[in-house]
Design a protein around this ligand. Structure first.
Ligand code: FES
Length: 155
């Protein structure tokens, strides 16, 4: 491979929209790979841009890092998603987005009774404690108060 085929951190950051710190994080999490120059600087193959686009799309859909990792690991040899991979995976995400929309709509409907109230009561507020989930999840952090599809795992 020609050296010019490789991209620097700043080039990848500029093209992908991810901050260099995010690129380092994804590398530590083994979602992307980078080689090193003799001086220890990171170099990326161009295909990393498609992989990062996939990560961003998955994140926008609401997938956790672990779910992104699982999707990428499901590709042969951990390669970058192709157009047909994307077609298959995104069809699966459609269902997930529909469920998230329904959960958000339910949350919005509960918000109507909160507007002008302000109590944030853990007993009666449908936003701060829908269906009294707090009572059943005493070991869970605040995310337990959201519908399951709108929760993000804590790291
Ligand atoms: S803030 Fe009072 S019911 Fe939600």
């Amino acid at each position: 491979m020609e050296t010019t085929d490789l991209l620097t951190v700043s080039e990848v950051a500029a093209r992908s929209g991810f901050a260099p710190s995010a690129l380092r994080y994804y590398e530590r999490e083994r979602l992307v790979e980078a080689s090193r120059t003799a001086g220890g600087q990171r170099r990326y193959q161009r295909s990393v841009l498609r992989r990062l686009a996939f990560i961003r799309a998955a994140s926008n859909v609401g997938l956790s890092l672990e779910e992104v990792r699982t999707e990428l690991a499901g590709l042969p040899s951990g390669r970058t998603p192709t157009k047909s991979d994307w077609h298959r995976i995104s069809a699966h995400w459609r269902t997930r987005l529909d469920e998230q929309v329904a959960a958000l709509e339910a949350l919005r409907d509960k918000l109507d009774s909160c507007i002008g109230c302000g109590c944030l009561s853990l007993k009666q507020c449908g936003i701060s404690n829908p269906a009294d989930k707090a009572a059943a999840t005493d070991d869970a952090p605040g995310a337990a108060y959201l519908p399951p599809l709108l929760r993000r795992p804590t790291h």
